[in-house]
Design a protein around this ligand. Structure first.
Ligand code: HEM
Length: 126
């Protein structure tokens, strides 16, 4: 089975999701703050993967609105990720943490969505 570039973006996004949630949980325990720079660097990789999915999706007929949403997400996710530690301090901070997780998983979903909404069949095959 051919490994199309679109399929690579999906695989990369899935692997990143597992790595990020694992790193995030370790950071969340409060004992692994030294992993935060790695977590951020992997997050940047997801941004690049999202951009690749946008380019490939647009070339394969994915909806422009979905591509625009993905581009907005690719900026909003890292900005929110970097600012989140200072948002809603105290017991309400857990809402920020859950939102950060949701925003990250949604970015992975956008890579999937761009691939699935492509018109070319080889781009859709998982
Ligand atoms: C460029 C993208 C990202 C940046 C800049 C970023 C940044 C951060 C930072 C700075 C923390 C530590 C927060 C603290 O000190 O309390 C964190 C935690 C965490 N991140 Fe990310 N992150 C990114 C992407 C992601 C993605 C894609 C996922 C999941 C798919 C994710 C899941 C988590 C989880 C579960 C935690 C632990 C709970 C929390 O503190 O929110 N992150 N992230």
């Amino acid at each position: 089975m051919a490994l199309s570039p679109t399929r690579v973006t999906r695989i990369v996004a899935r692997v990143i999701a597992v790595v990020q949630v694992t790193l995030g949980i370790l950071v969340w325990t409060g004992h692994w703050d030294q992993l935060i720079p790695i977590h951020i660097a992997v997050g940047v990789l997801l941004v690049v993967d999202l951009w690749a999915a946008v380019v490939l999706g647009l070339r394969a007929g994915a909806p422009v609105a979905l591509a625009v949403l993905a581009l907005v997400w690719s900026v909003g996710m890292p900005v929110f990720g970097l600012l989140q530690a200072n948002l809603l301090p105290g017991s309400a901070h857990v809402a920020v943490q859950v939102l950060h997780l949701a925003v990250g998983l949604a970015a992975v979903g956008l890579v999937e969505g761009l691939a699935r909404s492509s018109r070319r069949p080889e781009a859709v095959a998982s």
